[in-house]
Design a protein around this ligand. Structure first.
Ligand code: NAD
Length: 481
């Protein structure tokens, strides 16, 4: 073991601890391909210990009982501490999964904002009053649900975790977060920084380890009141089935195969810019990626020339180099998966305009653009979760809406047009949790976020998070006899 190898334990009850059986696993930097850290390998005993701690903090501790302003203040204090550690947190995500450092810094900023937003949202929220003709009125109360199990993926390690932990604790719950085994660093640091910020023990526990047994033991624990999961659709099904055994409500944010539609009347500068960002940012490892691109026949040739040129202009390299816009995939396993899709593109009848697997031993798939794939090809239908854009030409609005909706996924879609009526008409017809018109990635945290079909169950964001992370109560009062 190299001397400067870092170690990430579980953070349980305000302390960083090893696993009950002492097991650890190695964590690899996907750019250097070196092991840079090891992490505690959580098992059933560790999951049980983390849940017991959060249970105690919820059943006996101050957190669910304190005033809303006081809780908001504590969460803002945590946000301050996170912001003060931006460099370390961003470096941790870059080292764990290879995203360009500038993008990782941006993600830390978004994570800080997640905490601030939900702290204020719960503090300032208003309930409802229902006047009744019978001489009564009913009002609603939103009390905390209990212990939340949160499970997050590796593509935005800190940001995805904060998207779950922030609303959970803001609404007075306690929480056990299990980060992906590929990216334990930044979430473990979040657990440490929560202790530094003075959050009571057990409010944020971090459980490291693999999906099975660490994640599966967490979800199966009947002392857990809510399960919030972000990850693949396959794992989401297993999580939902397990949570159902003890009737814990689930929120599932799963995979995507986003349709990006460029109409003939689009502002092409804007459309090219967003088409590149949508599929090549984070090397395409984004659930919201614009991986299916549909281009109107009237602008097809011009758009494609510009799109290919812009993809080829992305600076590929070391993620810590400030000039890098595009880097390696997050792990050897994921590289092998994406590479196998890329290797099948031409066999399946596709024409690769640019990109492909880098041959230099790094886990890089260059920005790849493919046309002419049959609509039954795996690369067209399945989520690749890499920098592969499948392009189709279309003639009519009806045709493109039908193609866009012909997917098991329904997370998001984008459309580019200067025609106002068309923008509204098409947006309302697309089967997607979010539709962006002439833009992409823009989020207001008050709005619903989630997907239809294989993209998930439920919505989070603003009041949608409140519904999930609380146990709403109706209080009926007689006010007149
Ligand atoms: P994954 O499903 O392999 O793993 C996600 C998490 O689940 C990890 O922490 C993993 O350890 C854990 N896990 C695995 N098996 C488990 C089990 N049986 N029980 C409990 N937990 C288990 O997904 P991934 O490869 O880490 O992430 C990529 C996927 O996440 C993609 O499909 C992507 O689209 C999706 N994603 C969705 C969103 C969204 O908001 N919809 C956001 C980011 C990523």
């Amino acid at each position: 073991m190299s001397q400067d190898r870092q170690h990430f334990g579980h953070v349980i009850d305000g302390e960083e601890v090893g696993s009950a059986d002492g097991r650890t696993f190695e964590v690899q930097n996907p750019w250097t391909q070196e092991v840079w850290a090891d992490a505690a390998e959580g098992g059933p005993d560790d999951a049980a210990r983390a849940v017991a701690s959060s249970r105690r903090a919820f059943d006996e501790g101050d957190w669910p009982r304190m005033g809303r302003a006081e809780r908001a203040k504590a969460i803002h204090r945590l946000a301050d501490v996170l912001a003060a550690h931006t460099d370390e947190l961003a470096t941790a995500d870059t080292t764990d999964m290879g995203k360009p450092l500038a993008q990782a810094r941006h993600d830390v900023g978004r994570s800080v904002w997640n905490f601030r937003f939900f702290a204020d949202h719960q503090r300032d929220h208003v309930g409802e009053v229902y006047p009744m003709d019978s001489g009564h009125h009913t009002y609603s109360e939103y009390g905390p649900a209990g212990v939340v199990a949160a499970i997050s993926p590796w593509n935005f390690p800190l940001m995805m975790a904060s998207w779950k932990v922030a609303p959970a604790i803001a609404w007075g719950n306690t929480c056990v977060i299990k980060p992906s085994e590929d990216t334990p660093a930044s979430v473990t640091m979040l657990g440490r920084l929560a202790v530094e910020a003075g959050l009571p023990p057990g409010v944020i526990n971090v459980l490291n380890g693999h999906g099975d047994p660490a994640g599966s033991s967490l979800v199966a624990d009947d002392r857990v009141d809510r399960v919030t999961f972000t990850g693949s659709s396959v794992t989401g099904r297993a999580v939902m089935a397990s949570a159902a055994t003890h009737l814990a409500p689930v929120s599932l944010e799963l995979g995507g195969k986003g349709a990006n539609i460029v109409f003939d009347d689009a502002d092409l500068d804007n459309a090219v810019h967003w088409a590149v960002e949508a599929i090549f940012r984070n090397a395409g490892q984004i659930c919201l990626a614009g991986s299916r691109l549909y281009v109107g026949a009237g602008v097809y040739d011009e758009f494609m020339d510009r799109f290919v040129a812009a993809a080829e202009a992305l600076t590929v390299g070391d993620p810590v180099d400030p000039a890098t816009r595009f880097s390696c995939l997050a792990s050897k396993r994921h590289f092998a998966k994406v590479a196998s899709y890329v290797e099948g593109l031409e066999t399946d009848g596709g024409k690769v305009l640019t990109g492909g697997v880098d041959g230099d031993g790094r886990w890089i798939v260059r920005p790849t653009i493919v046309t002419d794939l049959p609509l039954t090809a795996p690369a067209y239908c399945e989520e690749i979760f890499g920098p592969v854009c499948v392009v189709n030409r279309f003639e009519s609005e009806e045709e493109v809406v039908a193609m866009a909706n012909d997917s098991r996924y329904g997370l998001n879609a984008m459309l580019f047009t200067e025609n106002l009526s068309r923008a509204h008409r098409v947006a309302s017809q697309l089967r997607a949790g979010t539709v962006w018109v002439n833009c992409f990635f823009i989020r207001d945290l008050r709005t619903p976020f989630g997907g239809a079909g294989d993209s998930g169950v439920g919505r989070e964001g603003g009041n949608f998070s409140r519904e999930f992370f609380t146990e709403p109560k109706a209080v009926v009062m007689q006010i007149r006899r």
